[in-house]
Design a protein around this ligand. Structure first.
Ligand SMILES: [Zn+2]
Length: 234
């Protein structure tokens, strides 16, 4: 048996249960693994990884071993654009390890020109197969924008949401501010969809990779309470 060891988890109530775990660092991404992946396979892995997170059965990992095993090069599966919210940690909520993800973070998970450049690097230059826009419930950036918060550079950032706020307000009955939970939920989803569309429309490189089937864009909303990612149709 190569590369796999058995780990005996002794429990006073369950007795000794043999659990198969990989050798430290064995599962890290390589050039071969990356090139064999399709965008659909990566998305399926992330869906399964989030389900493991929800069920509190994350993959046992040795981060130091993964770090050593990836030191010579990186071949990530995807780039995830998430909010900078401290409670949304892409690697954990998708059950991924060292070297598996590029992660870009910005309040309200919107793309700007630097993020687009990072995504072009991640896909075209570094071979990532999937772009994930990951919003989350009760997003403070969305709520602040809905309430018209202004503060130095934050004012400019929150103006990014003007379009989605206006669009959702057109068909939403209710106060349509940061205290309106259903409104915030709708804007969070619309913002993910809009960001996905904007990435494809603003980047000719990414559009070309999507057309050739080498890359796909997915979107989801992470629920802070349940840990579940609701994957959005696009
Ligand atoms: Zn947020």
């Amino acid at each position: 048996m190569t590369g796999v060891s058995t780990f005996a988890a002794a429990s006073p109530t369950l007795g000794a249960a043999a659990v198969q775990v990989p050798e430290p660092g064995q599962e890290v991404m390589t050039a071969e693994k990356q090139s064999a992946l399709t965008p659909a396979q990566v998305l399926a892995e992330f869906k399964a990884g989030n389900q493991r997170f929800v069920e509190d059965r994350l993959t046992p990992r040795d981060y130091r071993a993964e770090g050593a095993a990836t030191a010579a090069g990186q071949y990530p599966k995807a780039i995830v654009l998430s909010c900078l919210d401290s409670r949304v940690i892409p690697e954990i909520v998708l059950d991924q390890g060292v070297g598996d993800l590029f992660v870009g973070r910005e309040a309200g998970n919107v793309e700007d020109v630097n993020m687009l450049g990072s995504m072009e690097f991640a896909t075209q230059a570094a071979g990532a197969k999937l772009i994930v826009v990951l919003g989350h419930s009760d997003c403070g950036a969305i709520k602040g924008a809905a309430d018209g918060v202004e503060m130095a550079h934050l004012t400019e950032l929150l103006a990014e949401f003007d379009g989605v706020l206006e669009k959702v307000r057109e068909s939403h009955e209710g106060p349509g501010d940061g205290s309106d939970a259903e409104f915030v939920r709708l804007v969070v989803e619309e913002n993910v969809r809009q960001t996905m569309a904007d990435i494809a429309s603003r980047s000719a490189i990414i559009r070309s990779l999507i057309e050739s089937g080498d890359v796909a864009i997915a979107g989801g909303v992470y629920d802070l309470s349940t840990g579940q990612v609701k994957w959005l149709d696009f």
